[in-house]
Design a protein around this ligand. Structure first.
Ligand SMILES: [Zn+2]
Ligand SMILES: [Zn+2]
Length: 309
């Protein structure tokens, strides 16, 4: 299975300006001075091996959207602006005849903050009649939040005018659910307006999607409920919006966690791979690149990252 990240920024999307591109170009050209780059292959090799990712790429712009791809069903966590790119990718495949509409899409929503639902009006498959769009969440007002987002004052097209077959299911937090071949469990998280983590299990693999969650002092306890929720996960996608200092100082009680806490909880839960997610929108590519040096299989999320499970 492949986990593909379509949107990884926290709170608001982060634009790449002309000035930022210029700085990357300048740094890349400066580093290229000592290299012989007279063929296309040598240039590609230099980009791959001679440049840090913060220069050759970017941690990206879109807000939360993660796809779990196993070539059977389309399963996605959160509908941030990354959902638009996912929808465009799928629509291109349909236009090229590589897949056929109608299809079923399962969208799991962690919570109803803008950065987790804002991509939905731009999700092209939801505008195609007969496509089934099944939206799941734990908030009782899940459907209402999507309706409100597309009220005429907020958006020109109402939810009911989208042509896809869109349905909403409020999940019971006390139950396990079988959806799209996964056993799905939820976990209530500490976040303004409440958010929910998801645990997906299938074919002996476990993926935990746990964004927009602040872990407080009680996380030090051996009995901390998230240790069990994360335990033995093949991949934990963790809200690492802040540095440790920011998370316990300036941004305490803002509802997010840090990279360091992600590593600590992962080690205590015997997690195999950790993906640091929901990156702070004010941190630049160099700041984020410096975040990832740990003695654990740690991936720094970026738009376009793929992790094989
Ligand atoms: Zn968020
Ligand atoms: Zn939030």
């Amino acid at each position: 299975m492949i986990v593909h990240f379509w949107g990884t920024r926290g709170s608001i999307s982060n634009s790449i300006t002309a000035q930022l591109i210029r700085e990357k170009l300048f740094n890349a050209l400066k580093k290229s001075r000592d290299f012989d780059l007279d063929t296309d292959d040598k240039i590609n090799l230099f980009i791959d091996n001679g440049l840090p990712f913060s220069v050759s790429g970017s941690f990206g712009s879109n807000t939360s959207c993660m796809e779990m791809r196993d070539n059977k069903e389309f399963v996605v966590c959160d509908c941030g602006t990354g959902l638009r790119d996912f929808g465009n990718y799928i629509t291109t495949l349909a236009q090229q005849g590589k897949i056929e509409f109608p299809k079923t899409f399962h969208l799991f929503v962690s919570h109803l903050h803008w950065d987790h639902i804002q991509g939905f009006p731009f999700f092209v498959p939801a505008h195609v009649s007969e496509n089934k769009i099944k939206i799941y969440g734990f908030h009782p007002d899940l459907e209402q939040a999507f309706i409100d987002q597309q009220k005429v004052r907020n958006f020109p097209l109402s939810l009911k005018d989208m042509r896809g077959d869109i349905s909403f299911t409020v999940l019971d937090i006390n139950k396990e659910h079988m959806i799209a071949g996964y056993t799905v469990k939820g976990m209530k998280q500490n976040h303004p307006g409440e958010s929910y983590g998801y645990c997906f299990e299938k074919d002996g693999k476990k993926i935990v999607y746990s964004t927009d969650a602040e872990h407080k002092k009680d996380s030090e306890s051996e009995e901390y409920s998230f240790i069990n929720f994360f335990r033995n996960a093949d991949l934990l996608v963790f809200d690492a919006q802040y540095t440790l200092l920011d998370s316990i100082d300036a941004k305490e009680d803002w509802g997010h966690s840090s990279n360091m806490l992600g590593v600590e909880l992962s080690v205590r839960s015997n997690v195999k791979r950790l993906c640091l997610f929901h990156n702070e929108h004010t941190y630049n590519d160099e700041d984020l690149e410096n975040d990832k040096n740990y003695d654990l299989d740690v991936h720094m999320a970026y738009d376009g990252l793929e992790i094989k499970i």
